[in-house]
Write a protein of this length. Structure first.
Length: 453
């Protein structure tokens, strides 16, 4: 069998390992890579020699790298390549019949019905990890993967019928997905990836596949009061359970997180190791999901009282000269930066800007201009000049522009901060242009902060 693999990232490489060396392969990628397997009579590699546009893959103008892919017997494509494939093949049934993602293969091959899928604009990784840790603490065998760094094909063969799988699922992974998990969790939804989706409706439509294929005995968990989350959960034929509202987990007026009807007390918000009110939502979503499986208060409380968060998500880096440095590089939308700002009572020196994803900055700039606790903004990247101009129009003048390397950015932040302040990397934008990705941006920030003396 000749297998075509479109996209040589985490998922494409896992597909190559999963199907093994006995097949012939055509591996195609939008750009060159240092880790392609060696070419042979059984394996051919092709890619674009010219640089692709900045931003997500799936926006190439030159589709010649896909030459010959339709002749393969089986095709596994990177989820972000879907738009390129739609441009080239349109509604060609013959092509799409044999084209799959690793998520499609996972749902076809997995031996367990016990699958929990989590989506949302932000908070997916934190919530998925919390759910997995809670279930593990309750004595379950759990696999965690999807968009969180582990391809589902790397563990699908090990999953037994009694095991649980927790999947973080992005809009890209859900875009054409024809399967839904037994328990779906939809977090807060705000417009995102408008440089890939045609509009917000398409983004919401993609997210809806988390629930669209559920059956009557499945469970749809959603954020009460969030219009998009409620709309997305509405596609489910299963039992719908809100969180941040009864009978799901919610924060009572006295600060106690409770779940169920009658209420079971879990933990005070002051006992959470995760910082920020937005993490109250993530905690409540995770509790609500876990409660459908194992109502083990001790296990849930133990995780919430010890879990400090994931890397690059409001991650505390260091305190120097009574200034605290936080890495929130994963925050790539204006809304997430607003949320990050709300996590701190101290004055903030904010590093803001990056690649333009087509999302407006009006709410964020109004938030900054209206808060007396944003001491200074360091505006970087392609969006930096526009953000700076919007801030000045709103009367905010404490802005530095023109810096393009992280050591200089961090040095400027240190110079602007005062004792008791927070320096916050929460750019509200993706990283492309100055950095490889959000991880590279966050790692460079932490390295530059570590070198301060």
């Amino acid at each position: 069998m000749r297998i075509g693999i479109i996209g040589w990232g985490v998922e494409g490489q896992s597909a190559y390992r999963y199907f093994g060396p006995e097949h012939d392969y055509l591996i195609v990628n939008e750009q060159p890579s240092d880790d392609f397997p060696p070419q042979s009579d059984k394996l051919k590699v092709q890619f674009l020699a010219s640089a692709r546009p900045p931003g997500l893959t799936g926006n190439a103008d030159d589709l010649s790298y896909l030459d010959g892919i339709a002749d393969c017997d089986k095709i596994i494509y990177s989820v972000t390549a879907a738009k390129n494939l739609q441009k080239l093949f349109g509604p060609d049934d013959d092509f799409w019949h044999k084209a799959q993602t690793v998520q499609d293969i996972f749902f076809a091959d997995v031996k367990s019905h016990n699958i929990i899928g989590v989506t949302g604009t932000k908070g997916k990784g934190t919530t998925s990890t919390l759910i997995a840790k809670m279930l593990e603490a309750a004595g379950k065998k759990v696999y965690l993967g999807g968009n969180i760094g582990h391809s589902v094909l790397d563990f699908v063969s090990s999953v037994t019928p009694d095991d649980w799988v927790v999947l973080e699922l992005s809009n890209f992974q859900l875009y054409r997905l024809k399967n839904s998990p037994h328990i779906g969790v939809c977090l807060m939804i705000t417009p995102e990836h408008m440089d890939w989706h045609t509009d917000v409706s398409e983004y919401v439509e993609a997210k809806s596949n988390l629930f669209r294929h559920q059956k009557s005995d499945d469970i749809a968990i959603y954020l009460a009061g969030n219009q998009y989350s409620e709309e997305i959960a509405g596609y489910s034929k299963g039992v719908k359970v809100p969180y941040f509202a009864s009978p799901g987990a919610l924060v009572r007026e006295d600060g106690m997180i409770v779940v169920g009807d009658p209420e079971t007390e879990i933990i005070k918000t002051g006992g959470l190791k995760l910082i920020g009110h937005h993490n109250w939502q993530n905690a409540c979503a995770a509790i609500t999901a876990c409660w459908q499986v194992a109502q083990d208060v001790g296990a849930i409380r133990g995780v919430l009282g010890t879990f400090t968060g994931l890397e690059h998500r409001l991650e505390f880096v260091r305190e120097l000269d009574y200034v605290k440095y936080y890495d929130d590089s994963f925050g790539t939308t204006p809304d997430t930066t607003v949320v990050a700002l709300h996590a701190f009572a101290q004055p903030v020196v904010l590093i803001l800007g990056g690649h333009d994803k087509g999302i407006p900055f009006d709410i964020l700039t109004s938030e900054i201009a209206g808060r007396d606790r944003v001491r200074h903004v360091i505006a970087i990247g392609d969006t930096g000049p526009g953000i700076a101009a919007m801030l000045r129009d709103k009367g905010y003048k404490a802005i530095t522009e023109g810096l393009s390397d992280m050591p200089a950015i961090v040095a400027e932040a240190r110079a602007r901060a005062q004792a008791g302040d927070v320096v916050l990397l929460s750019t509200g934008c993706s990283s492309f242009g100055l950095f490889t990705d959000y991880k590279d941006r966050g790692d460079q920030f932490k390295a530059a902060v570590a070198k301060l003396s």
